[in-house]
Design a protein around this ligand. Structure first.
Ligand code: DX5
Ligand code: ZN
Length: 215
């Protein structure tokens, strides 16, 4: 069980300090939004580069942007250890995943709530992680969508069929209340933004989420 907290709800004026509050986080999940793929604008490769140098945890960059084929390599160069692109935006997801891997990072593909996994079954061996969004991407603090649970289960079954060690990440509305449902459906990697940074002690919340996911 991996906990990959999102810094979207952290203090953007003090990202290194916010990372230091969650020492046991497996990755720092950084939400990159371009105001086109989603109706919000956050940060780009220069901020990832600065944080990669300043924080000990590896960086999991979640690209909610158009043209990920064009921009993803910059995020690997900036120091992201894992780069997630949205399949809805990718022109050539196989080529893109191979490029990210060739650069030395983990390649991950994200699906919005209405995007089915089945058309992408044959792509799975090209990936290190699949991200199932459990809210519509764009904002932190939204309510977890239970309607995504069957897709998490179906994705788990496909990943088990493919074999290997492809992680299954969930993102959106993950909290102490919803994380067990995600784990039970087969997720093993959990993004939590407002649940972590809305807590009095974010570091302790990471531990509680990990224990709760483990059941
Ligand atoms: C939303 C982002 C999420 C967000 C999660 O589009 O991809 O990573 O920060 O925030 P919570 O955990 O508050 O739903
Ligand atoms: Zn995210």
């Amino acid at each position: 069980m991996r906990i990959t907290p999102s810094l979207l709800n952290a203090d953007f004026a003090n990202l290194a300090g916010e990372a230091a509050r969650i020492p046991s986080a497996d990755y720092l999940h950084m939400d990159v939004m371009d105001n086109h793929f989603v109706p919000n604008l956050t940060l780009g490769a220069p901020v990832i580069e600065a944080l990669a140098k300043a924080a000990p945890q590896p960086i999991d960059a979640h690209l909610m942007i158009e043209e990920p084929d064009r921009w993803a390599p910059q995020f690997v160069e900036a120091g992201a250890s894992s780069v997630t692109f949205h399949v809805e935006a990718a022109q050539a997801p196989v080529r893109l995943a191979r490029e990210i891997r060739a650069q030395g990072a983990r390649a991950s593909m994200a699906l919005k709530p209405a995007t089915p996994i089945e058309p992408y079954e044959d792509l799975l061996p090209e990936l290190d992680m699949v991200l199932i969004m459990t809210v519509e991407p764009g904002f932190g603090g939204q309510k977890f969508l239970d309607l995504c649970l069957p897709k998490i289960r179906r994705t788990r079954a496909l990943l088990d069929k493919v074999g290997g060690d492809i992680w299954l990440q969930v993102d959106g509305g993950v909290s102490l209340e919803t994380i067990e449902r995600c784990a039970e459906a087969g997720a093993d990697t959990f993004v939590a933004g407002s649940a972590v940074y809305g807590a009095d002690d974010p570091g302790a919340m990471v531990e509680r989420l990990r224990e709760t996911a483990a059941g």
